[in-house]
Design a protein around this ligand. Sequence first.
Ligand SMILES: [Zn+2]
Ligand SMILES: [Zn+2]
Length: 306
Amino acid sequence: MADSQHFLVRFWGVRGSYPTPGPRTLRHGGNTACIEVQVGGQTLVFDAGSGIIRLGETLMQRASGQPLYIALFITHAHGDHLVGFPFFAPLFAPQTNIEIFGPQLAGLSMEQIVTPLMSPPYFPVEMRLLPSQRTFHTLADACSVHWYNGELTAYLCQEQPFQAPTAPADAREVRVKTLFTHSHPRDGALVYRVEYAGHCLVYATDVEWGQGCDPAFLSFIEGADVLIHDAQYTIPDYQQAKHGYGHSTVAMAVDAAQQAHVGQLILFHHEPNYDDNQLDRMEREAQQQFPRTWSAWEGLEINLLT
Ligand SMILES: [Zn+2]
Ligand SMILES: [Zn+2]
């Protein structure tokens, strides 16, 4: 069960674009974006790529029939971030209460975006008939969602840009903050920052800094203990064909980590055409510039409170 003293990140899907099972991706894994964060007694999930399917089965086993509360944060609506949602086992369990947070995209709320994924003819079961409790929240730039002692206590959205807090957050309060970036075509994506007990994790996938890092992004990620950052392409591939696709090179991720003085950099959203050996080479290349860099793999766990 969740422990209030935890701030633990687990990776269930690290691939971008589409799932890539098979012998070429055995070590890093072929499932698309999904990470679990156990923090201050809360279960947070970021993105519902194919990695969320095995996470869902694990959460059900851990709950063992007891009530299960999950907060699911979606960065944007591309398929690699939602493909696993209809197969997320807790949706089918009456003891589950799931709050689903995400941006408004192309004029659609998060509920309007997700509902068709579980509607005929795309899926045989209608979401409204599921026994779980579901609540949708649409997030924008500079929102902040807080939990205290297991209760959702605040849900704040403001139009002004995100400002790093001047006073330390309550040590027992979990905060999830947002930055909206337009760098990912066509509708943009949310970047999430999780704060707890003086520590900080940033989840920044599907971002591209072709003209250098956005200063607002750098201020949002400043001083994070762990930065999970899009690093889909090698520089040659980016320059030859992938400019403007909405994804970063390893060099862009390293540049962000250095400028924002983060503790660790995790390379994420791996290009599906790259095999394990290619990802190893990209990791070594990044470590020459920023030694505390690792290439994400399914099963990687990081404890921010050690
Ligand atoms: Zn993606
Ligand atoms: Zn995308």
